[in-house]
Design a protein. Structure first.
Length: 322
């Protein structure tokens, strides 16, 4: 029996050794962060800023690859089905928690097929219109919509995203009939908003802040319970008369489920150390993003809670996509 136990222990150690060596050697080649939206939006900005710092920390290139489409779900599906070795990561977002309940046939399970690492930042969403729009506040925008039922439109970063869901909530609470127009990310939606192809849009502060400061867009309200530190003069939707809005957009790193814990722990430790750097905090706060850096367990609990929360909101808004 003793000989059998010793043999079993040796076999277990032999199996564990390659994993330990793999974790210690990681990364031994370039790492890819998949951004499930086009270049230029908040997801892309945060991924590139973090990727640059992680590349310096690891001594390996960190490549950002944009894979937009289907409400950010195409990129998530790609990562979920990639090898679980830590070399392909996802810049996940709140949109993925929503998509889990909104899309009838997702080819992956967001709560099971992707391993949370850490939420990097939370960014408030803001209601914006073109500077050419005569509406100076939410009440005037609602009056404009009610005077032209079915003629106004709002853009979003994609069907089933947070910005789509917020738009439907806005219609429901304001009693308006503003048509939804889905885009493959923030950048093309903002271009059409400025060009007058759409009337309004909900977007993250980080994406549209330069255009607001440049006088091309007008912010009317933020969709969070508190005002944004980047736009302190802009009221919340609750302050503007539509109570109950509190949806911010988070962005965080995720890996395929089954990625070795030692690798996940290393990415987490290096990411949170970078988030604590004064220059990183300053850079993100200036663009309206609040650095977070929670644990994988906390991120997992947040995702599960959000999936349940957004399932209820999507049901109330009668939002269901094929």
């Amino acid at each position: 029996m003793k000989r059998f136990l010793n043999a079993a222990l040796l076999a277990t150690a032999a199996l564990a050794a390659p994993l330990a060596v793999h974790a210690q050697a990681w990364p031994a080649k370039p790492v890819k962060i998949v951004v499930p939206s086009p270049p230029g939006g908040s997801t892309d900005q945060i991924a590139r800023a973090m990727g640059q710092k992680l590349s310096q920390a690891w001594g390996q290139p960190v490549v950002v690859e944009n894979r937009p489409g289907a409400g950010l779900t195409l990129g998530a599906d790609y990562v979920a089905k990639s090898p679980a070795d830590g070399y392909t990561l996802l810049m996940g977002a709140v949109h993925h928690s929503i998509a889990q309940s909104v899309y009838k046939k997702l080819p992956y399970d967001f709560g099971k097929d992707l391993a949370p690492i850490t939420v990097l930042a939370i960014v408030p969403n803001v209601l914006i219109v073109s500077a050419a729009n005569p509406a100076k506040n939410v009440a005037e925008l609602i009056a404009q919509a009610k005077a032209n039922p079915g003629k106004l439109s709002y853009g979003s970063t994609g069907a089933g995203t947070a910005h789509h869901l917020i738009g439907e909530q806005f219609n429901d609470m304001a009693g308006t009939d503003i048509l939804h127009v889905a885009y493959k990310g923030s950048s093309p939606a903002l271009v059409d908003l400025m060009g007058g192809q759409t009337t309004m849009m909900f977007d993250t502060v980080a994406s549209c802040l330069p255009l607001i400061k440049g006088g091309k867009l007008r912010p009317l309200a933020v969709a969070t319970a508190r005002r944004s530190s980047a736009l302190p003069e802009v009221p919340t939707l609750s302050e503007a008369g539509l109570t109950g809005f509190d949806i911010a957009t988070w962005f965080g790193l995720m890996a395929p489920a089954g990625t070795p814990k030692a690798v996940v722990d290393k990415i987490h430790a290096d990411s949170t150390r970078i988030l604590a750097m004064p220059e990183m905090k300053k850079q993100w706060l200036e663009m309206g993003a609040e650095p977070i850096g929670n644990t994988p367990e906390q991120m997992a609990a947040q995702i599960q809670a959000e999936i349940a929360k957004f399932a209820a909101l999507a049901s109330k808004a009668k939002l269901s996509l094929d």
